[in-house]
Design a binder for this molecule. Sequence first.
Ligand code: MN
Length: 194
Amino acid sequence: MAKFELPPLPYAYDALEPQISAETMHFHHDKHHKAYVDKLNELIAGTEYENLSLEEIIRTSDGPVFNNAAQVWNHTFFFETLSPTAGQKPSGALAEAIDRNFGSLENLGEELKKAGVGQFGSGWAWLVKDASGKLSVRATPNAVNPLKEGQTAILTVDVWEHAYYIDYRNRRPDFLSAAWQRIDWTKVAERYNG
Ligand code: MN
């Protein structure tokens, strides 16, 4: 029996239009995200990983098991980072932390975009919180995620080509600007406060 299941999208496929099309969301969730779940289940069947949580697998594995487990986690986290409501703004403790660490929300947006654009090849742009509560922006290659390095991820944007090629072709900067308008700041605040 398959251990992990593909979580449904937390909103309708067309909920992120016009920034991200329903066609992209169908490919991204139904094909790419699903493929990572299926591959992970296939790889861990009959191994010691079968009894571990997804986070435990990410922390203790490497190679193909790590790559697929992290991509399952990263995609669930990314889809939950986005909101059907465009143009939200953070408030409260998170807004204060953003001002303290980046000067302004706008600066954070620019830093995140720079990190995503600067990630050579496939990867992810993240907003992370370290043990002291300090926020920083980083990019990671391929499936790598901050969990493994003791950081708490609170926001991410997928910068693999499959995330934007249908809507934006090669224009990764435009996709990052569009995704920025779709951040679910309520969700990000939950992760920050949690
Ligand atoms: Mn992806």
